[in-house]
Design a protein around this ligand. Structure first.
Ligand code: FAD
Ligand code: MG
Ligand code: MG
Ligand code: MG
Ligand code: MG
Length: 535
């Protein structure tokens, strides 16, 4: 036992051993995977190499299909329908799972320190160490409060299944409280004032879902108080959904206003108390406080404490987000990989150290390479935002003139400043998980035949192609059975047809037939009977 009276044991069992056909003992390398979210689950489901011993550590024993989480808040979809227990996958693959949270990574001793909730021990927690040969960090991120006072205590987040259920109970609870007799009109208005902070996809979708719920269901269930409800959507920037195409932003802003949602842009929240939320108007600097019944905070993500501590240990303390190279290896330490929202890829400079000129073919090759790394560049090229590159491309198309690398570098610095990181999305996380699993699956082949086709041209020391992101498009559900879709090739579609596209894309992306059928039956049930409004 260690100080503090906590039970401490150490899982320092050596890596598992198996025998080969001729009786030789081989030591299996132990891969420890932290997290069972989009990137971790994707890694585990594609991992297929019997020469590794895989151990998963995650505080939750299920995968959560986050895109449908906002639908859980109003009962369109049941929480149970969008979680997939991971035990099934563990059994099928022969992996081991421990329900615990990693609280410290010790890269110099190749150990992690974990805590698990254990109701049988006195303190309610059990602590243990675990060795690894290879560590895959896929712990995601936590909601970012920007240290705004009162947010942690009074606001709801929308990140986990429990959050969605809490929000749902809280919404219904507000209506029940507002329906009590002997309240003044002011009091009812306060209780039924719902504030959503953050005009990103999650905040916009949540406000839209809440609006649908109020209009389609609550009006029938709580007819007396319905007139007192109000939804306010606060956004610090100039526009909501600012990462989407301008057409989508404009449509969404118009729809939000048409729905009667009170949209306030350029409003930064400076504090939340038990019954008031204070915002500062950008520009005038005026601070306004308003009473509220419920606040949902959705302003982006930040690093988890365990990752911040790890970054300090490996000399990344100055960075905001953990950095990996393009092979997803954490920079500044050995045998640790990081995927998904936890990390960003530190892109190599495309033109580093090169001088001279490029001919048409080389130029096109480089542009293609950039477009693969930064899928958004293609859109920018079309929109002529990167005018220099677009012009260079045009002149290169025309004849065989050689381009000076200096001119090109200059144009590229525009790319560097405008688009550094891949977005923190499920799409990126799951592709990274799949990519890394495939690298592990081919590891022996590559070690035996380092000159094989997998060798990356021009980078002798790497055996694998670097990670390449493929962008399949983004969806922004806007409520009222409408969804905006931005698909590759500058294709924008908004309306009811994209709602069905969205349904089918997500229904087909759900991990198992079990969850798929549960979600579809939830949708059908909702269409026929309306939403369930019990809390
Ligand atoms: P996560 O999926 O968050 O997984 C992290 C895992 O690590 C979890 O299992 C967690 O329990 C575990 N963990 C946490 N701490 C520890 C620890 N200390 N030790 C061990 N394990 C730990 N993206 C899209 O592309 N499309 C969408 O429509 C979309 N909608 C979204 C809607 C909502 C409401 C939210 C919150 C997100 C949405 N996203 C969407 C974003 C997407 O969910 C994330 O980008 C994605 O989950 C990132 O995957 P991840 O594996 O990095 O992290
Ligand atoms: Mg994960
Ligand atoms: Mg997840
Ligand atoms: Mg999560
Ligand atoms: Mg990332």
């Amino acid at each position: 036992c260690s100080g503090g009276g906590l039970l401490v044991y150490s899982d320092s069992s050596p890596s598992k051993r198996t025998l080969t056909a001729d009786g030789q003992e081989i030591k299996k390398k132990k891969v420890v995977v932290l997290g069972s979210g989009w990137s971790g689950y994707s890694f585990l489901s594609h991992f297929n190499n019997p020469n590794y011993d895989v151990q998963v550590v995650s505080p939750r024993n299920f995968f959560l299909f986050t895109p449908l989480l906002p639908s859980v808040t109003n009962g369109t979809v049941e929480a149970r329908s969008i979680v997939e227990p991971i035990r099934g996958l563990m059994r099928k693959k022969g992996f081991e799972y421990t329900e615990a949270e990693c609280v410290k990574i010790d890269p110099s001793n190749k150990k992690i320190h974990c805590k698990s909730k254990d109701s049988t021990s006195l303190k309610g927690t059990t602590e243990f160490d675990m060795d690894y040969d290879i560590l895959v960090v896929a712990v995601g991120a936590k909601p970012n409060t920007f240290n705004t006072p009162g947010v942690e205590e009074h606001a709801h987040f929308l990140k986990e299944a429990d959050d969605a259920l809490k929000i749902r109970r809280s919404v219904i609870n507000c209506f029940e409280r507002a329906s009590l007799p002997d309240l003044t009109e002011e009091e009812r208005k306060k209780i039924l004032h719902f504030v959503v902070v953050g005009g990103g996809p999650t905040g916009v979708e949540f406000s839209a879902e809440l609006h649908d719920f109020l209009v389609e269901d609550v009006a029938k269930i709580y007819p007396k108080v319905q007139e007192f409800t109000r939804i306010t959507l606060l956004e610090a920037g100039d526009h909501i959904l600012n990462m989407f195409d301008k057409r989508i932003t404009a449509f969404a802003e118009e729809k939000v206003q048409r729905d009667g949602i009170d949209l306030k842009t350029k409003s930064m929240v400076v504090g939340v108390t038990a019954d008031e939320i204070s915002t500062k108007e950008r520009g005038s600097g005026e601070v306004v406080s308003e009473p509220y019944g419920m606040v949902v905070w959705s302003t982006g993500i930040g690093s988890r404490p365990v990752i911040k501590d790890f970054m300090h240990q490996i000399g990344q303390g100055q960075r905001r987000v953990l950095a990996t190279d393009e092979w997803l290896r954490v920079e500044g330490c050995d045998s640790v990989y990081a995927l998904g929202d936890t990390a960003t890829i530190n892109q190599r400079r495309v033109m580093k150290g090169e001088t001279g000129t490029l001919n048409k073919k080389e130029f096109k090759g480089v542009v293609k390479d950039i477009c693969q790394r930064y899928p958004q560049v293609e859109l920018y090229l079309k929109k002529k935002k990167l005018r220099n590159i677009a012009n260079l491309l045009k002149s290169a198309n025309g004849d065989n003139t050689e381009l000076s690398i200096e001119t090109f570098k200059q144009a590229l610095s525009e790319v560097d400043t405008q688009m550094k990181n891949l977005p923190a999305t499920a799409q990126v996380a799951s592709q990274q998980g799949k990519y890394l699993a495939k690298c592990f699956n081919k590891m022996e082949k590559c070690e035996k035949k380092p000159e094989g086709p997998l060798r990356f041209r021009g980078e002798g020391r790497h055996r694998f192609q670097p990670f390449r992101y493929r962008h399949f498009g983004s969806f922004a559900p806007l409520g009222g059975e409408q969804t905006a879709a931005e698909l590759p090739g500058d294709w924008v579609s908004i309306g009811h047809s994209s709602q069905w596209l969205w349904y089918s894309v997500y229904a087909s992306k759900l991990v198992s037939w079990r969850t798929r059928s549960l979600v579809v039956s939830d949708w059908v049930r909702r269409f026929i009977f309306g939403r369930d409004s019990s809390s």
